[in-house]
Design a binder for this molecule. Structure first.
Ligand SMILES: *Cc1c(COP(=O)(O)O)cnc(C)c1O
Length: 368
């Protein structure tokens, strides 16, 4: 059986059907239905955040965040992220200015931020890469000094805390993705988080066409709403998310043990972090070795993922800007399979294949 890099978690079907029964009774399918309202309340409590808006995906969350902050001009951003981080800026008419990453944490390097600031710089948009928090304190200090707004793409950072506080409470706005491949999911979905009341008001109407009641408008908006069906999935998954994180941690620690004597390097998780084990990223010594490892795994019907690849500063719709650390990381980064019901035996198989690449003369049987 194929072992893929990820597998969506599905709750017991009966749980979902129970929510469907309620939807059929009420015939309220979307537009701030009771399940959406309930999910938002539970997410605010679980995550420890003030305002949270459930939207239909993580990319619209980024786009609404950019609009709510009225960003126009240059935005300092990371080249090492999923494409949506850059494409949402370009889509909203901003110019991404790439600031290279820290080679150990793989998050944007705050030491390089100031040199990239110009009179046209309006904001910083950084990603908590693989759920590893950015250096939020250094970023906050620089943003204050230069009067820049801060958006965190926290698509990977569900449930992550930094110094016992949700990492979502840093910056002006944080965005989440609840896509089916993410740790917590609603099939498709996302959220916008802020502790600023004025921004919260703007976001609340912007995600609903700008409506202020049925016949009036606060301003321009878009359709960022989600539905009762998506909220129902979230309400089924959320009570299980601690257990999902617990199992992912076990698997990650098993990988750590079994791969300890291979050349695979792990990103350094920022101090004072409670991590969520949303991915199992590794860095190989070179792209050539990465391709060897990938091919060896593929031959055993195991599908890791090159994530993130390519480095976003190389996209042809951005101007060419150098980011050598990100370019090097993106050709060497490989995420290994990690999901709730991945068995220990399968983890051992993955590790045996990888160890086989580095010790080709020894047996590829797992040595546990
Ligand atoms: C998944 C992801 C997104 C996009 O989220 P969608 O819900 O798929 O639109 C944005 N940024 C990062 C870093 C992601 O991993």
């Amino acid at each position: 059986m194929n072992i893929n890099v990820t597998k969506s978690f599905l709750p017991p079907l009966e749980d979902y059907v129970e929510y469907l029964t309620g939807i059929w009774d009420r015939v309220h399918l979307t537009n701030a239905g009771p399940l959406v309202v309930e999910l938002e309340k539970q997410l605010r409590e679980y995550l420890g955040v003030k305002h949270l808006f459930f939207v239909n995906n993580g990319t619209i969350a980024l786009q609404i965040a950019i609009k709510a902050l009225e960003l126009k001009g240059e935005v300092l951003t990371t080249p090492f992220s999923y494409v949506a981080t850059t494409s949402s800026l370009v889509w909203e008419g901003c110019k991404p200015v790439f600031v290279d990453i820290d080679p150990e944490t793989l998050c944007i390097d705050p030491a390089l931020l100031e040199a990239a600031i110009t009179p046209r710089t309006v904001a910083i948009m950084a990603t908590h890469v693989y759920g590893n928090p950015c250096d939020v304190e250094a970023i906050e200090e620089i943003a204050k000094r230069h009067n820049l707004r801060v958006i965190y793409d926290a698509a990977h950072a569900f449930g992550v805390t930094y110094k016992e506080n949700s990492v979502l409470n840093y910056g002006d706005i944080s965005t989440l993705s609840f896509h089916a491949t993410k740790l917590f999911h609603t099939v498709e979905g996302g959220a916008i988080v802020t502790d600023n009341d004025e921004l919260a008001h703007k976001i609340s109407y912007m995600r609903n066409f700008g409506h202020n009641g049925p016949e009036a408008f606060w301003g321009v908006g878009v359709n960022g709403k989600s539905s009762e069906f998506h909220a129902a999935m979230g309400l089924c998954v959320l009570p299980r998310v601690d257990d999902l994180i617990r199992r992912r941690r076990e698997i990650s620690e098993r990988y750590d043990r079994l791969l300890a004597d291979t050349p695979l390097v792990r990103p350094r998780i920022h101090d004072h972090t409670r991590y969520n084990y949303s991915y199992y990223p590794t860095l190989l010594p070179s792209e050539e070795v990465l391709l060897q490892v990938r091919d060896a795994l593929n031959a055993e019907d195991i599908t890791p993922r090159r994530y993130f690849y390519p480095s976003l500063n190389t996209l042809d719709y951005t101007d060419k800007q150098p980011a050598p650390v990100s370019e090097s990381a993106s050709v060497r980064a490989l995420c290994l399979p990690l999901y709730y019901d991945l068995s220990d035996e399968d983890v051992d198989r993955v590790c045996a294949v990888i160890r086989g690449v580095f010790a080709p003369t020894t047996s590829t049987t797992a040595r546990v």
